[in-house]
Each structure stands twice: as structure tokens, then as C-alpha cells.
Ligand binder design. Structure first.
Ligand code: FAD
Length: 391
């Protein structure tokens, strides 16, 4: 019988990555433990939106990975017992001006050529979406397959099901040190555990786990703010972002006022199932300072009024912040680590972790078991960050 302090696979971090990995690894029949320093979904995965989107992905590998993740998430609905507010309504991007409209039309063309379900929306289509939209929005685009989930519930749903497949769960257990002998020896605030393989799914804290094994993981926190709107008549039914969001995310040049640019603000509006709405967001490098900055909140509110002028009369309940685990090339690390055999990383999903969690869970299960992977993992390798020595 398997010992309770030992597992074939130990996962560190009970965010959406750790939860999805725990689900797939346990389901595959491997002996698995999940170690989380607080509670499930206590990190970034409960301080975010719940968009499972392709609309904001670069065409190519990025969008392909998202599409596979969407398909897997949809399929999981049948195996998970706790509902996670899955809604497949598509999502839209709205444009601020005619130049953005031109760029959006081009974006749709590229995504369609890649086989994705994108459509251009004109002024009239936008009016049909919501009676609250400003009259002068020239149009936008939609991605039909995008969906919304409640990430917090999704984590719990995955972990509960994983427990039925045999997962050993250790919450309120912080990993303090890891040593590699034949097995990994994982020292925590709640005792010592051993495992043959370790998966580092600690999000923005993944570099600290890496350091324990002398591994440098280039992930840094990119802070985001969100406001929560009070429950009321639906603003709209599906997720909406502005085209400028793409410019912020990929750090491309964008025309906007200085405050908007300084705080990396772009409109994102997510209707929750209970019809509160989440209004965001910002993108900034501010270390691990999680305080709400009223200047950022004001800038977000101003940006929202550009697209929804009638929001002036709406009530906001609160604001919160989260840390996106950012990597330099905007792709996550889903990889083994050559220097430490048996050590895997599943982190660095920046603003895409909700969209990409399911496929990440599946990929890690396949990597750990040395199976063929559902999509190629070369672009996600850890060693892509190794500096090439200059002559
Ligand atoms: C404002 C905002 C909006 C976002 N909106 C979206 C969106 O709409 N769609 C989308 O796809 N993505 C979105 N994201 C991104 C998404 O939230 C993240 O990519 C994702 O949550 C990262 O998940 P994770 O499991 O890697 O990290 P986390 O959820 O942070 O999980 C890591 C876990 O590791 C634990 N941990 C850390 N150190 C230790 C230790 N020493 N021992 C044990 N446990 C430890 C932490 O407590 C934490 O629970 C958004 C992010 C933000 C900030």
C-alpha cells in the first residue's frame, strides 16, 4: 500500500494549474499528492477573471493550445461533479476607432485562415450585444468558441474529483525546502514528504520553488486590478474586451491617454453567472505589492465609461488585485528540467492561465508518464530561456 507521506508525483501549488494537473495525474492512475501552502485557489486563480478565450491569443501555437484547452474543458463538464458555471457564449472585442477596426478586420482574416471561428461585427451588431454600449463604437469582432468559467469553483471541482481518483491533498502546508536524493525530499511546515517526481505549479512563486533546487525560473509578477460591479440588470451576456487589450498584453504600441498607458489599462468586462460583473483590468510590474491603487481603479472606470457611458449610474462593490505569472515570450513553461531529472515546471501562464489550465494539466500528465503529448511541447520548454553565449 502507498505510504501517506510518499507519492509517485508531488504537485506544489493548488491553483488552477496544480488542480488540473492533480486531476489528470490521479485519473491516469498515478499515486499523486497536492501540496498547497494556504487553501485551494488562494493565489492568482481566485484573483482573476474567468475567460477561457482564443480571442486574445496570437494566431498559431498560442491559439491552437487554447483551442485544445477549450475542447478539454468542455469534455470535463461530464466527469466533474461540482458545476463550475461553464457558459459557452463566445466573446467579443470592441474597437475604439476606425484604425483599430481595420486592424481587427485583419485579425479576423488571419484567425479564420487558421481555422478558428472568428467573425467581424459591425456597428449594428455591437448595438445588439448590449443596450449600454456607446453609440460611436465602430464595431469589433467575435470568437464563437470562447467560454466563461468560475475559476475558483473549477479548482475545487477538479480537486474533489481527483480525490475520488486517489489524490492525497495537503493544504495549509508550505514547501520550505526540496532535496534530491534517489527520491525528492520535500520539507514543509507540516512534515516531510517524499516523491519520485515533483511538479512546480506555484504560479508567480514558482521561482522560489526553483531556487530550492538551484534552478532559475524567469517568471515575474504582473499585477492586475479588477472591480466588482453590483448585481443588476445584465449589462451583457458574454465577455467583452477592447482591441487595445491585445496591444497591452503583447506590449505593442497603442494610442491612448498617458494614465491608461502607464497602468496598462484596457477594458475587460465579464458577466458572472450571478450577474455581478467584473470590470478590468490593468497590467503593471509592481513586484509583490498587492495593494489596490485608487488611481488605477479610476483609470479603469474612465476607460469603461468610454465604451459604456451609462455605467456612471452603476454601483461598484469592491476592487481586488492579482499577480499574473509573466514570462518574456508570453508563453508558459510546461516542461521537464534537464538539470534535475524528475522535476517539472507548469507555470508562467500570465493572463492566460484560466484558458490554458486544462491543456496544461493534460500535458503534464503525459510528460510525467513519458507519453506522446496532445500538442507539441517544444515552444513551452524550460531551456528556451537559456542564454546563448555570445562569441
Ligand atoms: C486581474 C487578472 C485577470 C485575469 N484574467 C484571466 C482570464 O480571464 N483568463 C485567463 O485565462 N487568465 C486570466 N488571468 C491569469 C490567471 O489568473 C493565471 O494565469 C492563473 O490563475 C495562474 O494559475 P497558477 O495555478 O499558475 O497560479 P496560482 O493560482 O497563483 O497558484 C499557485 C499556488 O501555489 C501556492 N504556493 C506558492 N508557494 C508555495 C509553497 N512554497 N508551498 C506550497 N504552495 C505554494 C500558492 O499559495 C498558490 O495557491 C488573470 C490574472 C489576473 C491577475
Amino acid at each position: 500500500m502507498a505510504h501517506k507521506n510518499h507519492a509517485e508525483v508531488a504537485i506544489i501549488g493548488g491553483g488552477i494549474m496544480g488542480s488540473a494537473i492533480a486531476y489528470y495525474v490521479s485519473k491516469a492512475g498515478m499515486d499523486c499528492m497536492l501540496i498547497e501552502k494556504n487553501d485551494i485557489a488562494s493565489g492568482t486563480s481566485s484573483r482573476c477573471d474567468g475567460n477561457v478565450t482564443i480571442v486574445d491569443k496570437d494566431p498559431g501555437f498560442d491559439s491552437k493550445m487554447s483551442l485544445v484547452s477549450q475542447e478539454l474543458t468542455l469534455a470535463l463538464k461530464d466527469d466533474l461533479n461540482i458545476p463550475f458555471e461553464y457558459r459557452e457564449l463566445g466573446s467579443i472585442l470592441v474597437c475604439d476607432n476606425d484604425e483599430e477596426m481595420e486592424a481587427a478586420t485583419e485579425w479576423v482574416k488571419i484567425q479564420k485562415e487558421a481555422g478558428l471561428k472568428f467573425n467581424v461585427l459591425d456597428r449594428e451588431d455591437i448595438r445588439q450585444e448590449s443596450p449600454y454600449f456607446a453609440d460611436d463604437i465602430p464595431g469589433g469582432l467575435e470568437c464563437e468558441t470562447d467560454s466563461l468559467i468560475n475559476p475558483y469553483l473549477y479548482c475545487y471541482s477538479l480537486v474533489e474529483r481527483a480525490k475520488q481518483y486517489g489524490l492525497k491533498l495537503h493544504t495549509q502546508t508550505e514547501v520550505k525546502n526540496i532535496k534530491k536524493q534517489d527520491d525528492f525530499i520535500i520539507e514543509t511546515t507540516n512534515g516531510t514528504f517524499t516523491a519520485e517526481k515533483v511538479v512546480n505549479a506555484a504560479g508567480v512563486w514558482a521561482p522560489y520553488i526553483g531556487k530550492m533546487l538551484d534552478i532559475d525560473i524567469p517568471i515575474i509578477p504582473r499585477k492586475g486590478h479588477i472591480m466588482v460591479g453590483s448585481r443588476q440588470k445584465p449589462v451583457m451576456m458574454r465577455n467583452v474586451m477592447e482591441f487595445g487589450y491585445l496591444m497591452n498584453k503583447f506590449q505593442r504600441e497603442r494610442i491612448a491617454d498617458p494614465e491608461t498607458l502607464k497602468h496598462g489599462v484596457a477594458l475587460v468586462l465579464e458577466p458572472t453567472e450571478s450577474q455581478n460583473f467584473l470590470l478590468g483590468s490593468s497590467r503593471e510590474f509592481a513586484g509583490f505589492d498587492g495593494r489596490v491603487d485608487i488611481n488605477v481603479v479610476k483609470t479603469m472606470a474612465k476607460r469603461a465609461l468610454r465604451f459604456f457611458p451609462k455605467m456612471n449610474d452603476f454601483n461598484m462593490i469592491r476592487a481586488y488585485t492579482g499577480f499574473r505569472p509573466w514570462t518574456e515570450d508570453h508563453l508558459p513553461i510546461v516542461s521537464s528540467v534537464e538539470e534535475v531529472p524528475g522535476f517539472f515546471i507548469a507555470a508562467g501562464h500570465e493572463g492566460d492561465g484560466i484558458s490554458l489550465a486544462t491543456v496544461t494539466g493534460k500535458l503534464i500528465e503525459e510528460l510525467v508518464a513519458e507519453k506522446e503529448t496532445i500538442i507539441p511541447v517544444d515552444p513551452l520548454r524550460f531551456d528556451r530561456f537559456k542564454k546563448v553565449p555570445t562569441a
